[in-house]
Design a protein around this ligand. Structure first.
Ligand code: WTA
Length: 663
């Protein structure tokens, strides 16, 4: 691990971004969030969370305890309260008279649609919960989900929550092997899947991977519940496999949610760590729901009566858990879920969805924003996006160019943009501007939310002064924090609580600017050390993307005999750019010079490779590990989580005669 704090001068590029976007007075006047939230939380942080929990969540038994941190780093929140997550997300809205409100507008990739009200959702989850119980699932049993983004996926998660059976959603893009190891680790009793889903205009299959995973041996699995989505033929194991449309349709649409203690496990979600074995991040019920609801309400300024909210994440990722399922539904929001890819049948699909449903809040990832930038302004410009009023970003640092493009082209120069930092482990948003309160700085997640205590520290765990870089840590427990790693408490302590005493180490490098606002610099293992100078991959990527020729860039630190590490950049040129008419050597020279002027000669990439695509996971994260393999002329490692397996071949083909211009 490198120390991002040692060379603050190398990080000035991001911080020289001086555009400011104060909240518009009309927005301030109607905003949910107010500046006094900060004072309220600062005066009594734990009491503040208790107030949020009472206000936003319906408890079966009210809690009297708030935080218990006596067994740190194992926390309990609201431990003597009982509640049911599905009751909070569905039934209580029907009881409050909102049964006719739309919960889900489903847009299938082929163009099929479904509109599901809260009353419909209550009947569906009740049927599904009854069906799950009929299959032998009881409170505490684990259920694995391997599904496309269709309403049944949301229903299945909620049905598990309704009976207190923790779900473990495995992203549909993972292999049978990955699914198998996750089923084994969680000892799942049931697998819920579908025959397949639609992606890029074609049916993709899921059931065969479940069959393959179970054929490897999974003694705890008793049944597989299968949704028919595409109608493609599937193999069938009699006695084990059950059709959703038969079991669920036959079940009663009345079901009483099972109240569970606040610390009852709600779900396990596997995420990759630095070792090969994925970690089963464990979240519990009361604290998690409280922070999901609170952040969703304030960070997106949700007005449940009038907003149409759309988060583009898949339910296979934490963003899909917290900001497709639990946050929005607990708040009684109306939302869109879309099954497919942004370019099916054409590159305007997302903007067609926004226009069709009059989406007012959009939450997506920087990589998607940069892809849309690459496709050109004319595509969104041809659609009516006037319904949008808040835009959010998550998953990776958003470079100022993408941030300002998002606001200008998608947000009509009108909408706040919130850059939200958080992790699978944190469960909910931790650092973000508040719309209507914060003066926004493009590229910065800015401030811990009221109730969250974050710091940037040096190698010894001492807070750095403003203007300096270091490691991002969380200094106080928070309600949605992970409660551990499934089956491996030691790994929880080692991974997150050992680097710094009493501090949660997030694994990200960050810097505080002169105002104390936080700028995320990427994972610390993505911070490079070149000739003793610390450079951030993000910073150089940001510099490259600020060149008019460049649509996307990924930077890795490749080991170098002379300099320790050397900067190697992979860039995609814009479709209409002059760069396409130049030779690779000319492009490389131009961009190296550009980085030198943006940051300094030290940051000049040793090598810049023009590539047609970048290797990304389905969640849109660039797989820098694979690029490092290419940069270091190694055989490319495990690429099974790539969204598009052919990308590495394209890159390799384009690199058969790489130009190198080190000077
Ligand atoms: C990165 C996704 C910069 C960060 C919710 C973190 C971000 C990791 C941001 C967690 C952001 C997420 N700015 N970096 N706004 N949001 N990250 O677990 O490196 O898939 O540690 O959770 O994504 O990724 P995860």
């Amino acid at each position: 691990m490198t120390d991002p704090a040692a060379e603050p001068s190398a990080l000035e590029n991001l911080l020289s971004e001086d555009r400011r976007f104060p909240p518009a007075p009309e927005f301030v006047a109607q905003a949910n969030a107010h500046r006094d939230l900060y004072a309220w939380a600062a005066a009594d942080r734990v009491g503040f969370w208790a107030d949020q929990a009472r206000e936003l969540i319906t408890w079966q038994t009210p809690f009297t305890q708030t935080l218990d941190w006596s067994n740190a780093p194992f926390a309990t929140w609201f431990a003597d309260g009982t509640l049911n997550a599905c009751d909070n997300a569905v039934d209580r809205h029907v009881r409050a008279g909102h049964g006719d409100r739309v919960a889900l507008y489903f847009e299938g990739e082929p163009g099929d649609t479904r509109t599901i009200t809260y009353a419909d959702l209550q009947r569906e989850v009740s049927r599904a919960a009854n069906a799950l119980q009929a299959l032998g699932v009881t409170t505490g049993d684990r259920v694995a989900l391997y599904m496309p983004l269709i309403p049944e996926a949301v229903v299945a998660m909620l049905a598990c929550a309704r009976i207190g059976a923790p779900h473990s959603v495995v992203f549909g893009g993972f292999s049978a092997e990955a699914l198998h190891s996750r089923i084994l680790d969680a000892e799942a009793k049931l697998v819920v899947t579908a025959d397949g889903g639609y992606r890029r205009g074609n049916p993709t299959s899921l059931k065969p991977a479940v069959d393959e995973a179970l054929a490897k041996g999974a003694p705890t699995v008793e049944h597989v519940l299968v949704v028919r989505r595409t109608g493609q033929p599937v193999d069938w194991t009699e006695g084990r496999d059950v059709w959703w449309h038969e079991a669920v349709a036959a079940a009663s649409d009345e079901h009483t949610p099972v109240p569970v203690p606040a610390e009852h496990p709600l779900f396990i979600l596997y995420t990759s760590g630095t070792t090969g074995k994925p970690k089963g991040v464990l979240h519990t019920t009361g604290g998690y729901l409280t922070q999901c609801a609170y952040t969703h309400l304030n960070v997106f300024d949700l007005k449940p009566d009038t907003d149409v909210y759309w988060c583009t994440a898949d339910i296979g990722w934490v963003t899909g858990h917290s900001y497709v399922v639990y946050g929005p539904l607990v708040n009684g929001a109306t939302q869109v879920i879309y099954e497919g890819t942004p370019d099916t049948p054409d590159r305007g699909r997302w903007w067609d969805v926004v226009a069709k449903y009059r989406v007012s809040i959009l939450y997506t990832a920087p990589t998607a924003i940069r892809t849309c930038m690459k496709w050109g302004d004319d595509i969104p410009a041809a659609r009516d996006l006037s319904s949008l009023r808040v835009l959010g970003s998550v998953g990776e640092p958003i470079n100022p160019e993408a941030w300002t493009w998002y606001r200008r082209v998608i947000g009509g120069d009108r909408t706040p943009v919130v850059d939200t930092w958080w992790q699978t482990e944190t469960g909910a948003i931790m650092i973000s501007p508040l719309p209507g309160v914060t003066e926004a700085k493009p590229g910065s997640a800015q401030v811990p939310l009221p109730g969250v205590a974050a710091e940037v520290v040096d190698d010894d765990g001492t807070p750095v002064p403003n203007g300096s870089g270091g490691y991002l840590v969380i200094t106080e427990p928070w309600p949605a924090m992970l409660r551990g790693i499934w089956g491996d408490p030691d790994r929880y302590v080692d991974t997150y609580w050992s680097r710094f005493k009493h501090l949660y180490f997030a694994g990200d490098g960050a810097k505080k600017d002169e105002d104390g606002d936080i700028w995320l610099l990427g994972r610390v293992d993505d911070v490079m050390n070149v000739s003793g100078h610390r450079l951030s991959t993000t910073e150089i990527e940001s510099a490259l993307v600020s060149h008019p020729w460049v649509a996307e860039a990924a930077v890795v630190g490749a080991s170098d005999e002379t300099t320790g590490q050397a900067v190697v950049a992979f860039v995609i040129l814009r479709g209409d750019s002059e760069g396409l008419t130049r030779t690779p050597a000319e492009v490389e020279a131009e961009l190296r010079a550009h980085v030198a002027t943006q940051i300094g000669p030290i940051a000049k990439p040793r090598q810049i490779l023009v590539v047609p695509e970048l290797p990304k996971t389905r969640s849109g994260k660039i797989m820098r590990r694979l690029l490092r393999d290419v940069a270091e002329h190694r055989a490319v490692g495990d690429a099974t989580t790539l969204a598009d397996q052919s990308v590495m071949d394209l890159i390799a083909a384009g690199l058969s005669s790489p130009a190198s211009a080190a000077d």
